[in-house]
Design a protein around this ligand. Structure first.
Ligand code: NDP
Ligand code: GDR
Length: 371
């Protein structure tokens, strides 16, 4: 994390002249800061010396678990480099207010109803947050620029490989979109809003078209984490069955920690542009099962059952990115490969399951319950 002393340096230079005033810290504003990517991006930007502001939505439960480790109590606010504010992508006034108040240099729009299957259940809410939400935020940035004359604001839009949908791999920036869910259609709209604000108003706005990226912080109802959570719990005896849907879908799975770096890199370029970010390697859900159960000496076939509830009305069969442009122009490349990702997730989830087991054995938790 950036040192506090950075802004409190004083004194004169060896030749007696007054030192240059310290560079003001860059300010980043992140929507979706409580999500998987928001937490990694926050850590990354704090390490780069940014002040980070995050927009969080009101919840009846605490929703800051992924960033608690970097949160500093407001009573010690002078030490805090990350601050949280209430807003919602469905509330334009809150977005405009925080853009005006915080005057960020970089805006990362990561907030979304990000679950593809759930988007079939709540399609218009998904569109409101994912598509119109992006438009509201772009409009807040545009009107802030119009009111202040600032030229130093950059915008990142969290685009998705789901936009390619039914178009066969390899998928690159020039591959046509063929979205297969309300979520993916909404991401296409957000993509084109971003392009339009770049063309119409000269906004420095980039679309990252990111393929699936996972981590131990991945939401537990995405397939990789659902599997590694089950592996951990089966290994320690808290669970025996795992219900899944389509095992033949193929995804290009990378590590979220690598992918947030690409987001930042896009905003450091001279010109705004759109980039595919991917490992260029694809695996089926079944291969993920083999790798994760096999890693702890289990056979997935003894535990996995198919539940039709997890099949989607229209599926995306095969995603595999071509990240040539990001590699060439950004100098980005993934550091964590498939097997390493699986091991990282399984290791953490076995440890988590062991802690749960202690609570279950002591009678503080039901085996069915998850903390
Ligand atoms: P998560 O689902 O982990 O996080 C989503 C975030 O959005 C959470 O902070 C959530 O808040 C917030 N959010 C949801 N609805 C609203 C709303 N109405 N107003 C404000 N905030 C809201 O997603 P990821 O971190 O995995 O993904 C980040 C972004 O990247 C998303 O836009 C996703 O669609 C996109 N993406 C993700 C990929 C991946 O593989 N992870 C690949 C490609 C794109 P809360 O914590 O309160 O729920
Ligand atoms: P995805 O991720 O839809 O690619 O979207 P998810 O992990 O949900 O599904 C991947 C594949 O696994 C199949 N699958 C199951 N999926 C879930 N969630 N639960 C199951 O039980 C199950 N069984 C099989 C799915 O059918 C699918 O084919 C993610 C999200 O992070 C999006 O926000 C992001 O834009 C894309 O990745 C890129």
């Amino acid at each position: 994390m950036a040192s506090e002393t950075d802004t409190t340096r004083s004194g004169s230079t060896p030749n007696g002249t007054a030192p240059d005033p310290p560079e003001p810290r860059k300010v980043a504003l992140i929507t979706g800061i409580t999500g998987q990517d928001g937490s990694y991006l926050t850590e990354f930007l704090l390490n780069k010396g940014y002040d980070v502001h995050g927009l969080i939505r009101r919840s009846s439960n605490f929703n800051t678990q992924r960033i608690n480790h970097i949160y500093i109590d407001p009573h010690n606010a002078h030490k805090a480099r990350m601050k949280l504010h209430y807003a919602d992508l469905t509330d334009a006034s809150s977005l405009r207010r925080w853009i005006d108040t915080l005057a960020p240099n970089e805006v990362y729009n990561l907030a979304a109803q990000s679950h593809v299957a759930v988007s079939f259940e709540i399609p218009d809410y998904t569109a409101d947050v994912v598509a119109t939400g992006a438009l509201r935020l772009l409009e807040a940035v545009r009107s802030h620029i119009a009111a202040t004359g600032r030229t130093d604001i950059k915008y990142y839009q969290a685009g998705s490989s789901e936009m390619f949908g039914a178009t066969p791999p390899p998928q690159s920036e020039t591959t046509p979109f063929h979205p297969r869910s309300p979520y993916a259609v909404s991401k296409c709209a957000a993509h084109w809003y971003t392009v339009n604000y770049r063309e119409a108003y000269g906004l420095f706005a980039c679309n990252g078209i990111l393929f699936n990226h996972e981590s131990p912080r991945r939401g537990e109802n995405f397939v990789t984490r659902k599997i590694t959570r089950a592996v951990g719990r089966i290994k320690v005896g808290l669970q025996s069955k795992l219900f899944l849907g389509n095992l033949q879908a193929s995804r290009d799975w990378g590590f979220a920690g690598d992918y947030v770096e690409a987001m930042w890199m896009m905003l450091q370029q001279e010109k705004p542009d759109d980039y595919v970010v991917a490992t260029e390697e694809s695996h089926t859900v079944e291969e993920f099962l083999e790798a994760s159960f096999g890693y702890v000496g289990l056979n997935w076939r003894d535990h996995v059952l198919i539940d039709k509830r997890y099949l989607r009305p229209s599926e995306v069969d095969n995603l595999k990115g071509d990240a040539t442009k990001a590699k060439k122009e950004l100098g980005w490349k993934p550091k964590v490969g498939f097997q390493q990702l699986v091991k990282m997730m399984v290791d953490e989830d076995v440890e988590l399951a062991k802690r749960e087991k202690v609570l279950v054995d002591a009678g503080y938790m039901d085996a069915q319950q998850q903390p």
